[in-house]
Design a protein around this ligand. Structure first.
Ligand code: SF4
Ligand code: SF4
Length: 138
């Protein structure tokens, strides 16, 4: 048993780290203070691949109000605004399955690269318009 564990342990110690140490190399006592302190900049975001599923991006101006995204959503994360024939996205309910982005006929829903979506304020995760895709923040 020990002859199998030691080589494995040795490999782990010296192998290249592929996960991103985020947002700081060592967890500070207060993450909020560390992020706002220019003397301790956070690690840069890890590069994400082309199929990364981050926060849902919604280009309201392109939406035709067909409601297909609402029908396919397994998490009940989209609501319909009948008066405006648009939708509202509840990112706090979204499970990032991307089914709505695939079925949307005008491609106004896309999965962005944004993954910092935690918030103490629930309303911040309710999206009514993210603007055109080129304006999407990381
Ligand atoms: S990504 Fe999935 S869970 Fe999120 S809003 Fe679209 S269909 Fe719903
Ligand atoms: S599927 Fe696309 S066009 Fe249709 S309501 Fe949803 S976001 Fe709008």
């Amino acid at each position: 048993m020990i002859t199998r564990i030691v080589p494995q342990l040795w490999r782990q110690i010296f192998s290249r780290v592929v996960t991103n140490v985020f947002p700081a190399v060592h967890m500070p006592p207060s993450l909020t203070e560390a992020l706002s302190d220019p003397a301790t900049p956070p690690n840069p975001p890890v590069p994400v691949g082309g199929r990364f599923r981050g926060r849902l991006h919604y280009d309201r101006s392109k939406c035709i109000g067909c409601r297909l995204c609402i029908k396919v959503c397994p998490a009940n994360a989209t609501d319909y605004q009948a008066d405006e024939k648009k939708i509202v996205i509840h990112n706090d309910r979204c499970c990032f399955c991307a089914q709505c982005t695939e079925i949307c006929p005008v491609k106004c829903l896309t999965m962005s690269e944004t993954y910092m979506i935690s918030s103490y304020v629930r309303k911040e995760n309710i999206v009514t318009d993210s603007g055109p895709i080129a304006a999407s923040p990381r």
